[in-house]
Design a protein around this ligand. Structure first.
Ligand code: FES
Length: 388
């Protein structure tokens, strides 16, 4: 963790003022807070000032303190506490903040820091020769499950290897940082397991309950009397033997009640065995199984031949490299195709991908419409953020 102090005097400009647009924005932001609570605007104002100047200067802190009627030291405390505020000039194209907290450190953060030292500058918070890149180590950024990771300005880049970080730094240096996908850099959807879901998945059998028919026990097998069942055993305790035969839930409850009533003192008369009945209830395994829709189904969206220009479907939140490959196999290559899906087609694709409604939940249609209409710029206009 770097020491957080204001930049040396030679870097400090004499004064600071918001430009016209930012000044109006600052006034509107301050008005959002109730009377007497205007100081709550300190973080947004400092952030806006940083976006305007590139870093937070002493004059900025003084200006914000005066505007919010706060003591200078209070604003300084905020600016020096949060690592999203830069206290000295940083790289104009990228400032790489490498998380060095335990999970990231265990997963290779030190190797990432070596990359930064080699490619940018030996020391943190020192811009490279061109002033375009800089780096520093920061504390946990809340993406530990996808460790190791870095933050560049407002975006996180996760599941990094040294080689991938080098590629990312090169892209920013070339002014192509916006083309790099944010978030996980491997085949992982957000913070889901690597390689796809491993739970709530039709390939996984539900946990067996003691009310579920046990196939290895014959339907008419004689049940063990309760007194026998109650005897201590060397092995792990078993489920009530009466319930090991296939009975419906109400029957099992009835059987339990009966057994309780009839249970004799240990070593006396045997209890009447409870008769088992074949179940008529579908097992959870069969009731939860969902069939993959047929490729010949009339609701399957129409595929096309691979066009010369293929859209990057991974820009749609919820589509990773694996899903994109499956969509290509179905002849889906463009945002316009996805945007045109009717409800029945969405349901078909959802079922085919075993998504359980995720296409609608992630609103693929609205995302695809924006991307088809105006690419990333339109997406940002509609959703207020870059596509993933
Ligand atoms: S430890 Fe690196 S993001 Fe939490």
């Amino acid at each position: 963790m770097s020491v957080r102090r204001l930049a040396e005097e030679q870097f400090q400009p004499a004064n600071f003022a918001f430009n016209e647009e930012n000044a109006a924005w600052a006034e509107a932001t301050i008005r959002k807070y109730p009377e007497g609570r205007q100081q709550s605007a300190v973080i947004p104002l400092l952030m806006r000032a940083q976006e305007q100047e590139g870093w937070v200067t002493r004059a900025t802190i003084e200006h914000v303190a005066a505007k919010l009627d706060m003591a200078y030291i209070r604003v300084m405390e905020v600016a020096t506490f949060y690592t999203q505020f830069q206290l000295k000039p940083i790289g104009t194209r990228a400032h790489i903040q490498v998380c060095g907290t335990t999970p990231c450190m265990l997963r290779g953060a030190e190797e990432l820091i070596k990359v930064c030292r080699n490619k940018i500058h030996q020391d943190p918070l020192q811009p490279n020769a061109d002033g375009t890149l800089s780096w520093e180590e920061v504390e946990c950024q809340g993406a530990c499950v996808n460790a190791p990771m870095v933050i560049i300005f407002k975006d996180a880049y996760e599941d990094l290897t040294p080689a991938r970080l080098e590629e990312i730094i090169d892209a920013f240096e070339a002014g192509k940082g916006a083309e790099i996908k944010t978030g996980p850099q491997i085949d992982r959807h957000q913070s889901a397991p690597i390689g796809g879901a491993v739970t709530l998945n039709d390939d996984i059998k539900p946990v067996r309950t003691n009310l579920e028919p046990q196939p290895e026990t014959p339907v008419d097998a004689a049940p063990v009397p309760p007194a026998e069942a109650a005897k201590p055993k060397d092995t792990a305790p078993e489920t009530d033997p009466k319930l090991k035969t296939p009975v419906t839930a109400p029957k099992a409850a009835e059987a339990n009640a009966k057994a309780t009533e009839q249970e004799p003192p240990a070593g006396t008369a045997k209890a009447e065995p409870v008769k088992s009945e074949p179940t008529t209830t579908a097992s959870p395994a069969s009731s939860t199984k969902s069939e993959k829709p047929s490729l010949d189904d009339k609701n399957r969206p129409k595929g096309i031949e691979k066009p010369a220009e293929v859209d990057d479907l991974k820009l749609i939140s919820g589509v990773g490299p694996k899903i994109e490959g499956t969509l290509h196999e179905l002849g889906i290559y463009t945002f316009a195709q996805v945007a045109s899906w009717e409800k029945a087609e969405r349901e078909w694709v959802d079922g085919y991908l075993n998504f359980k409604g995720r296409i609608d939940r992630d609103d693929w249609i609205k995302q695809a419409e924006a991307l088809a209409k105006g690419g990333e710029a339109e997406y940002i206009k509609v959703f207020g953020k870059k596509p993933r």
